[in-house]
Design a protein around this ligand. Structure first.
Ligand code: PDD
Length: 277
């Protein structure tokens, strides 16, 4: 694979970052993940907009104008011959002597790589996934897509150790989100999903799926929901750039609805793929 690092295209084994990079020492970096299907970018504009927002919230300048950022994404897809998979992009504040006060005028470190992955024929979409609930111990600005992924990674690993596919994170009895996806349930035929705020990432797939649901006549209620509501819901599902829409069929060992993927999640996956691919 070829990776992009700070203006250069390099074989992956030759891409090196400074030991003093603030992304490495302080998790002072943001990222985005964009899906690729049929060699084309999925929901690209919204990911680019969120990237700018994350940088802005951390007082970092975006090192690219809109056209060159898009060109970079297209370029890496064609260089690596990606038909289906994802593009990972990370921008850190760059290397500097280690100080807690953020130094001015550092050169950002920009990295892009690709991963080939079957996103269309995802066995989890057909079978559904099981989740376990865990406390949400992340920081309070989850709306910024930073690389502080230690807790989500610990939570996903704990879920795996318990034989589940993922974790749903819970704060004050309310579900925030999955370890790396947005959490939703279906109650009375309507989608219930947490409203946007600083407690969750503003999912790009969430926004697309909710828009398409409304146009399809499916009701949407944006309000926080409890673990008990989720366990007694007709359906539950997650959304993310790499999973699109995947049903959740068990929460903490309790089957959700029939314990099988339900019609709303199936319909949402269908209309998302029909509209966005
Ligand atoms: N994760 N919530 C969290 C905490 C996430 O990390 C993600 C995405 C989402 C879904 O957002 P979107 O629909 O914009 O992908 C929600 C990416 C895929 C990742 O970390 O790999």
């Amino acid at each position: 694979r070829t990776v992009y690092l700070n203006g250069q295209w390099l074989p992956e084994g030759e891409a090196h970052v400074s030991a003093f990079d603030r992304g490495f020492l302080f998790a002072d970096a943001i990222y985005e993940v964009v899906a690729v299907v049929g060699g084309r970018l999925v929901d690209y504009e919204a990911h680019a907009a969120r990237l700018r927002r994350s940088l802005c919230e951390l007082g970092m300048a975006c090192p690219f104008d809109e056209a060159s950022l898009l060109a970079l994404h297209r370029d890496i897809v064609s260089r690596n011959g990606v038909e289906e998979g994802l593009i990972y992009l990370q921008i850190s504040r760059g290397a500097a002597d280690r100080t807690f006060v953020i130094p001015k005028d550092t050169e950002p470190t920009v990295l892009l790589f690709t991963q080939k992955k079957a996103v269309l024929e995802n066995p989890q979409a057909a079978a559904g996934i099981s989740v376990v609930t865990l406390p949400d111990l992340r920081w309070a600005r989850r709306d910024i897509k930073t690389v502080q992924l230690l807790y989500p990674s610990l939570a996903a690993s704990e879920a795996a150790a318990k034989g589940a596919d993922d974790a749903w994170l819970v704060e004050d009895g309310l579900v925030t989100e999955a370890s790396s996806a947005t959490a939703h349930i279906v109650l009375g035929g309507r989608i219930v999903t947490r409203p946007l705020g600083t407690e969750i990432l503003h999912g790009v797939t969430r926004a697309s799926v909710l828009d398409l649901a409304r146009m399809d006549g499916i009701g949407v209620e944006e309000r926080p929901f409890t673990v008990e509501e989720a366990c007694s819901a007709e359906e539950a599902f997650i959304t993310s750039a790499t999973s699109f829409v995947v049903p959740v069929v068990a929460i903490d060992g309790t089957p959700v609805g029939t314990g099988k993927p339900g019609p709303v999640a199936r319909r949402l996956r269908e209309i998302y793929m029909a509209d966005r691919l």
